[in-house]
Design a protein around this ligand. Structure first.
Ligand code: G3I
Length: 362
């Protein structure tokens, strides 16, 4: 305890203000700070310097997804993923693997036979196992954790089935083939077989929404009790300036911490409109300027998120921003969702996150 206080006071000024030179430095006694990258971020000198200076963990935004590395049966395209892995190896940055299985950007060929009929679940499991083993083995030396399955839980209100129970699963092609959640269990088993040392995550968005939060909680709790090797929950964190509230983020982290030892915020960004989540249909806010009121709200929302995560630093290991700058954001630069502007300059919100005040929590 004493040592921890001494370490913290080392980088905190007399008024409790954190005076670190980078995000990773400011948070080194709490958790890692990560960033999702594209190929430009690791090849352009200005951008890659920024990555090296600010971040201790990286995620490939798209380049390790099933469709990116395995576009057809027996055909592997490793170039882009390899470049990201090499960048991490060369610069001593930890790599989060994203994602072994997902209903989107998936290897659709895994689902169908040559006549375009859905395959049996046995065939699907064989293909999943081969994919997971091959990818995990290739990056075993550098990937410290994997998002094993992404976004299996349905959005929206409870939908009761014939037995009066909520059907929590997204009706993806995985679900159609299996009729139950076996595909999720299998994916975690295959990942653990392939690398017993990697931390294995279930990753989803809108994870603070009460209905979805409880669905995720119940699924992971039941699976862990049945021996499925899930180590952590990834809270994607595609939020907006109006929500979720600090109370709802706090409640979600506390609830997940009851059942897992590792929580990562995996895809953090805060857009300036009222949309949230990871769905691929969204407004890019083309042409919109950000107002002072929106800037203040965004700063307050980022401060609140990091306050919650610092309070839970015993279980939160990593907070990852989804993209490097507003220019790179999947949401488009007019949603202004990140800490760096479209010219890679730090915005005031960067200082709000970095220079938090240990005494006031702000
Ligand atoms: O690579 C093709 C390119 O060949 C083509 O010319 C171009 C034309 O649109 O599309 C390119 O693919 C795009 C791909 O990103 C790579 O840039 C897809 O259209 C586009 O849909 C895809 O979007 C990605 C999205 O996942 C869907 O896979 C976003 O960049 C990426 O940020 C986003 O990330 C997801 C997480 O993995 C999971 N959680 C939600 C999050 C946001 O949706």
């Amino acid at each position: 305890m004493f040592t921890t206080i001494c370490m913290l006071s080392f980088c905190i000024g007399s008024e409790g203000q954190n005076a670190a030179n980078s995000l990773k430095e400011a948070y080194k006694d709490y958790f890692m700070i990560g960033v999702a990258v594209n190929q430009r971020n690791i090849s352009d000198a200005q951008q890659s310097d920024l990555v090296k200076r600010e971040f201790s963990s990286m995620t490939a935004e798209n380049d390790m997804k099933p469709a990116s590395v395995h576009p057809a049966e027996g055909r592997w395209t490793w170039e882009r993923a390899d470049r990201i892995a090499d960048f991490c190896r060369q610069n001593g940055i930890k790599l989060r693997g994203h994602t072994l299985m997902w209903h989107a950007q998936m290897c659709d060929w895994m689902f169908y036979d040559e006549n375009h009929n859905l395959v049996t679940k046995e065939v699907l499991f064989r293909k999943m196992r081969e994919h997971i083993h091959t990818v995990v083995n290739r990056y075993k030396d550098v990937v410290y954790c994997w998002d094993v399955f992404n976004e299996c839980i349905a959005d929206g209100p409870r939908r009761l089935n014939a037995e009066g129970k909520d059907q929590p699963l997204r009706e993806s092609t995985f679900y159609k083939i299996c009729g139950n959640d076996e595909y999720i269990r299998k994916a975690f088993e295959y990942a653990r077989e392939a690398d017993p040392d990697a931390l294995l995550f279930y990753n989803d968005y809108n994870e603070c929404d009460h209905v979805k939060r409880d669905r995720i909680y119940e699924m992971v709790k039941e699976m862990k009790a049945a021996g499925v090797p899930i180590d952590g929950i990834g809270m994607q964190g595609h939020y907006n300036i109006y929500g979720p509230s600090e109370e709802d983020i706090e409640a979600a982290v506390s609830k997940y911490a009851e059942i897992v030892d590792h929580i990562h915020v995996t895809e953090l960004d805060i857009r300036v409109n009222r949309e949230m989540g990871g769905q691929l249909r969204f407004s890019r806010n083309e042409g919109a300027e950000i107002s002072n009121e929106q800037i203040e709200k965004q700063e307050a929302q980022y401060a609140a998120i990091f306050r919650v995560m610092r309070r839970h630093a015993d279980v939160v290991d990593c907070v990852t921003f989804w993209n490097l700058s507003d220019r790179d954001s999947w949401l488009g630069s007019n949603n202004y969702p990140l800490l760096f502007d479209k010219d890679y300059n730090p915005k005031n919100v960067y200082r709000v996150v970095k220079d938090f005040n240990q005494n006031t929590g702000k």
